[in-house]
Design a protein around this ligand. Structure first.
Ligand code: PLP
Length: 461
């Protein structure tokens, strides 16, 4: 008997009990963690695979949290980060201080973003980026003498993060209900009401559309509209063609700023460098995080149009009283530069576009083989399908049946990580594997999904 194995097993048990005792997990049932301990303890990652402490190898079908786009274990990233840490691990960007990684990254981003979205402010993640966008925009309106423009309109099922403003902008009840009080002046419109946004007042959803809300509240009270070009956490919801353009036009009509939250879609996920490029739209503010470093180090950014920066400079010589200790973190910026180089050199955006057809082909197969599967969709390397008790009539399963969760559990047994979306009675299965994923690997993901669906459907039908 190998003593090391026994030793390791003891350690795993110890790790599990220490996790239970000392670690409060994000977006996890505290009750379940206290009952069962951690779901999996990972120890390493390579490519699209993660290995746990028992040496079981999983396909990372969600790029961890939609972020490990270049895949795990990239030595180039380790080298870039370690070199920068050795040179200058950290220095501040307050008081106008600067350093070459943040300057180079700002310039690089400007060459990639559409239109004159050329000026970057850095944060440590998506929530901070959106929070910054809200404050910056409100400050902008105040300086322009329109301080009453405070309201932000988000969309139902939009997800923007978990800080106070970002949660308040989020259109998913579970996140909003977590706290007893959210930030004021956040409103939510029904998503994707293209006809209404184009001005069709006869549509019964008109009052709940962005346009309807602007008219009801008064345009001079609205600071901005925020939306994801493709909703991610809300279930991978792709807007109809023309929708983003219609929102852009609507914002222009009323002089309202448009924020595109590209925390998931930015840096190639949808088969374009930015999600808005799919529809040729240039927002006023674009927020990013996740894919900017592929998660190797935490970093986010708020990218604003040059004209807005120029106006801010013109309107006030006072300090911009907003900055995080880690705004423009040199090591995080070095990680972003290397990550972007990899995305470009390996043509990962093109790969994402090419894999869209593979995902759709696989989902069509699932739809033909499994009577519960419907509403398949994909854009680039993000895709979803929904499960119904009666798909012809879109009759959902009872929430107590926990259908999506069961499918995900069966996938986990087969070493595939995917995510269920179960808001408002829906049973959506979402996938977003790394941008390096190839055709064969998509095929494996589809096979495992099919096996999982077979098991769950047998139980249900
Ligand atoms: N915006 C979108 C679209 C996201 O998907 C997320 C996270 O999933 C966020 C914002 C929040 O980002 P973070 O978790 O880095 O704060």
């Amino acid at each position: 008997m190998n003593e090391n194995i026994i030793e390791e097993k003891v350690d795993i048990q110890k790790l599990k009990s220490l996790d239970k005792k000392y670690y409060l997990h994000p977006t996890t049932s505290i009750h379940q963690q206290q009952e069962n301990g951690p779901t999996v303890i990972f120890k390493e990652g390579q490519g699209i695979y993660l290995t746990d402490v028992y040496d079981d190898v999983y396909i990372d079908g969600l790029s961890s949290l939609w972020n490990v786009n270049i895949g795990h274990g990239r030595q180039e990233m380790v080298d870039a980060v370690s070199t920068q840490m050795g040179r200058l691990a950290y220095s501040s960007s307050f008081q106008g201080f600067s350093h070459d990684p943040v300057i180079c990254l700002s310039q690089k981003i400007a060459t990639m973003t559409p239109g004159d979205l050329n000026v970057s402010f850095f944060t440590s993640g998506g929530s901070e980026s959106n929070e910054t966008a809200f404050k910056l925009i409100r400050n902008y309106w105040k300086l322009k003498g329109e301080a009453e423009r405070t309201k932000i309109i988000g969309l139902n099922r939009g997800y923007h993060g978990i800080t106070m403003g970002a949660t308040s902008a989020t259109g998913i009840a579970q996140f909003q209900n977590m706290s007893t009080a959210n930030a004021p002046d956040f409103l939510h419109a029904k998503a994707f009401q293209l006809d209404c946004e184009l001005g069709d007042k006869s549509n019964p959803n008109y009052r709940e559309s962005i346009r309807g809300i602007i008219e009801k509240e008064g345009a001079d009270t609205i600071a901005a509209v925020i939306l994801e070009p493709v909703q991610g956490a809300g279930g991978i919801n792709i807007p109809p063609d023309g929708y983003l353009q219609a929102v852009r036009q609507l914002c222009d009509e009323y002089g309202i700023l448009m924020i595109a939250d590209e925390v998931i879609t930015g840096f190639g996920r949808t088969g374009e460098m930015f999600g808005v490029n799919n529809w040729g739209v240039v927002p006023d503010v674009l927020t990013v995080a996740k894919g900017i470093t592929s998660g190797y180090i935490q970093l986010g950014a708020v990218i604003i149009r040059e004209t807005i920066r120029d106006e801010l400079a013109e309107l006030s010589s006072d300090i911009f009283f907003h900055g995080f200790t880690y705004s423009g973190h040199p090591t995080a910026c070095a990680a972003a530069l290397k990550n972007i180089e990899i995305v470009e050199n390996e043509n990962l955006v093109v790969n994402a576009k090419n894999m869209e057809a593979e995902i759709l082909k696989g989902f069509k197969y699932l739809e033909s083989k499994h009577p519960t599967v419907s509403k398949i969709r994909a854009i680039g390397l993000m895709g979803a399908f929904e499960l119904f008790a009666d798909r012809a009539n879109e009759v959902p399963f009872e929430p107590s049946q926990m259908v999506a969760q069961k499918v995900v559990q069966e996938c986990m047994k087969r070493k595939l990580i995917v995510r269920p979306v179960i808001f408002e009675g829906s049973n959506i299965i979402t996938i977003a594997p790394p941008l390096i994923t190839n055709k064969e690997q998509i095929g494996t993901i589809i096979e495992i999904l099919s096996e999982a669906l077979t098991v769950v459907e047998k139980e249900l039908i």
